[in-house]
Design a protein around this ligand. Structure first.
Ligand SMILES: Nc1ncnc2c1ncn2[C@@H]1O[C@H](COP(=O)(O)OP(=O)(O)OP(=O)(O)O)[C@@H](O)[C@H]1O
Ligand SMILES: [Mg+2]
Length: 309
């Protein structure tokens, strides 16, 4: 379902040489990685000094947006205190249209599905993260949230099926005011998904990966995003367990967390309906699948909330 990624050897020789230069070591081997939404290469690099490091690279000519995100993540990583469970930036290299970011390797690259152990580890990592005040230099989360008016636009365009006829209006009402109720001064990652986490089973601790969307926001926000992803990505023990774990997690959070999950689903719904990008051929299907998986949870949250509102 993820975007097929280019191989590390598809990146220009000049860029790869510049990476080795910046690290002060030759690269003795590499393993290409899959996962994530970027079409650019991501790889584990083995270095002559024995280290393994992570690299991702992107050409602005392939997709300018992803190129920008790599640059932005480089800046964000330097702002994060040591106590945040994130990889450390080792180098950022630009060569022609290309940019590469090298970070420390995070043990335990994410499995495809959630397990109770990985949920627990990522919940702890999110709580540690949001226990920090957002560093100076991070933008307010309102600038890192998109299309939260998705359900409103579904209502305006006309519902596509019976579920939308029954629920889209109420979903749109719950999303209203999101710019206000997502605001805060906590450090938030804002893009928690299974493929943006690494869980080290030896220590039971998680590293959060892929920090381009980090922002200052409400402290519950990453846990709400995690709850949505448990359902959208799935749990090893099946859909019912995923729904149960997500619902229980949301119940531990302020009421805005439920509204966030509803609004986020509206974002995927409206984005799935927008034309596909030629370099991200599978993204609309991926978004549609997320909406399908999330509908029962969204129905439950709407039913809970509408009575309470
Ligand atoms: N520091 C790291 N150590 C080990 N593996 C990593 C590390 N960072 C990322 N990965 C793995 O590489 C994959 C791609 O990296 P990442 O998510 O940072 O980039 P991206 O896919 O380009 O971003 P996006 O998912 O937003 O498109 C991740 O899904 C993860 O499996
Ligand atoms: Mg990613």
């Amino acid at each position: 379902m993820f975007t097929p990624r280019a191989a590390w050897t598809d990146a220009p020789e000049q860029l790869r040489a510049a990476v080795a230069d910046a690290l002060g070591c030759a690269i003795t081997g590499h393993t290409d990685l899959q996962g994530g939404m970027s079409p650019g290469p991501a790889a584990a690099l083995r270095l002559t000094d024995g280290r393994t490091v992570f690299v991702k690279a992107m050409s602005a000519e392939v997709r300018a947006h992803n190129h920008l995100l790599v640059g932005r993540e480089s800046v964000v990583l330097d702002l994060l205190p040591e106590s945040v469970p994130a990889p450390r930036r080792l180098a950022t290299v630009e060569s022609g249209a290309w940019i590469a970011l090298v970070t420390t390797w995070a043990a335990g690259a994410a499995g495809e599905l959630w397990s109770d152990a990985s949920i627990d580890a990522v919940v702890a990592a999110c709580r540690t993260t949001s226990g920090h005040r957002a560093p100076e230099g991070l933008r307010p989360v309102v600038e890192r949230i998109y299309d939260f008016d998705g359900w409103e636009r579904v209502v305006a365009a006309g519902p596509a099926d019976e579920w939308e006829a029954a629920y889209a209006r109420r979903a749109a009402d719950l999303a209203v005011g999101w710019a206000r109720w997502t605001a805060g001064d906590a450090l938030v990652h804002r893009d928690i998904r299974a493929d943006n986490t690494a869980v080290d089973t030896a220590t039971g601790s998680a590293t959060l990966l892929d920090w381009a969307y980090a922002a200052a926001g409400a402290p519950w926000l990453d846990l709400a995003q995690l709850a949505a992803d448990i359902v959208a990505t799935g749990h090893m023990l099946g859909g019912q367990v995923a729904a149960d774990r997500a619902y229980r997690l949301i119940q531990t959070l302020p009421p805005e967390a439920a509204r966030y999950v509803v609004a986020l689903t509206g974002m995927w719904r409206i984005r799935a309906a927008t034309p596909q990008h030629s370099v991200l051929p599978t993204i609309s299907a991926w978004r549609r699948e997320r909406v399908r998986a999330l509908r029962p949870l969204v129905t439950r949250l709407i039913t809970d909330r509408v009575g309470a509102a």
